[in-house]
Design a protein around this ligand. Structure first.
Ligand SMILES: *Cc1c(COP(=O)(O)O)cnc(C)c1O
Length: 363
């Protein structure tokens, strides 16, 4: 018997969320974002689960892509950060990978030597994120220059929004307008939209959409409580109560004695901690779910354990299952408690937490 702390990954929910994405963008091609090990869910399993549905896949860098190719994934794969040095060009040819070109140095690496197979490129436009991508005055030059190069099979156009998760924020429409003005008259394939843009900014869907977080069942908008857009959580992080004890009034729990019992109460110890990716910064009162009922975190999160207040849960006992987030307890809520976003919690679940896959459709 190993430690009963697991990240359950529901591949049916992943496919359900893909279908929701398809409903939002019925006329588009879909590039599923599987970077960072599919946002912590396991890129290989996610790629296999979506293989019959998705038009393409994207990861951040070449090692992530080669791992998927070695696992037998034959879909088009895009490297969102392109290449870091020239050696990767030949590997990109060998493994049939598409590159995002983010700046002139990458373009020059690509042009430097003949390569064994012309590559398909996504030319990144900086529409206002001001992080990566070509600016308005150089974009068309690089589009034409690269389109004419023998190492290049096709140049596609892309940009990325900085504020698409704020449906009232005019910045997204401004970024879109700048992109359109800059690329006016170019005959090419366009991709603009991440999850938030797919759902909130219909005109940005264009030829290819790039859903990430919505595939994993997370609603990227501040109003996720009122309207979850029919998305289902894919990861449920679970552990169990490994010990209980009763505290007398004024007894403190854990490091620093940061929480003190006001009255007599029962405490449960749960076998999960910050070394698993359950953030140490989570405050007293952060909810966990025990037999469908909420209980508050009390005391500091430690490396391997947390403590929760079992008041009102008189039947709770050693061995009971505890949900930290996922089914029944939105990861969005826990992210709010931690002062971060769900992306960070999902990608932060550490390697020592086994992923257990649920895949009803394969049974
Ligand atoms: C990660 C990523 C996405 C997906 O963003 P979500 O907010 O997770 O949908 C889209 N485009 C690019 C370039 C990305 O890096």
């Amino acid at each position: 018997m190993t430690r009963p702390t697991f990240a359950h990954v529901d591949l049916d929910a992943l496919r359900h969320n893909f279908n929701i994405t398809r409903q939002f963008s019925p006329d588009q091609k879909i590039m599923a974002m599987l970077k960072a090990d599919a946002y912590g869910h396991g890129a290989e399993r996610a790629a296999v689960a979506l293989n019959d549905k998705t038009d393409a896949i994207a990861v951040a860098f070449i090692d992530e892509a080669i791992a998927l190719r070695k696992a037998g994934i034959s879909k088009p794969i895009t490297l969102l950060q392109g290449i870091f040095d020239q050696k990767e060009i030949e590997q990109a040819c060998e493994y049939q990978l598409d590159l995002v070109i983010l700046h002139a140095e990458q373009a020059r690496m690509l042009e430097a030597e003949p390569c064994s197979r012309p590559l398909r490129l996504w030319l990144k436009f900086d529409s206002g994120m001001h992080r990566l991508g070509f600016s308005a005055d150089e974009y068309v030059y690089w589009f034409e220059h690269l389109s004419a190069h023998p190492n290049v099979a096709e140049v596609r156009l892309m940009t990325h929004f900085s504020c698409a998760d704020e449906p009232e924020n005019p910045v997204t429409a401004e970024q879109e307008a700048l992109f359109d003005k800059t690329t006016q008259g170019l005959k090419a394939t366009y991709s603009l939209a991440n999850s938030a843009a797919i759902m909130a900014w219909p005109s940005t869907r264009r030829d290819w959409v790039r859903p990430g977080i919505m595939l994993y069942g997370v609603c990227p908008f501040a109003d996720w409580r009122e309207d979850h857009r029919n998305l289902r959580p894919v990861m449920t992080l679970k552990s169990v109560i490994i010990s209980t004890r009763t505290l007398a009034p004024d007894e403190a729990v854990g490091y620093g004695g940061s929480w003190v019992a006001k009255e007599q109460c029962r405490i449960g110890v749960v076998s999960i901690g910050y070394a698993d990716g359950y953030p140490r910064c989570l405050p007293n009162g952060t909810p966990v779910l025990i037999s469908g009922q909420r209980a508050p975190l009390v005391g500091r999160v430690t490396m391997d354990m947390i403590t929760v207040d079992l008041s009102g849960l008189d039947d709770a006992q050693v061995g009971d299952e505890v949900t930290l987030w996922g089914e029944g307890l939105a990861v969005e809520e826990i992210a709010e408690c931690a002062g971060t976003i769900a992306y960070e919690l999902l990608t932060g679940v550490s390697k020592r937490v086994p992923r257990l896959y649920h895949d009803r459709s394969s049974h």
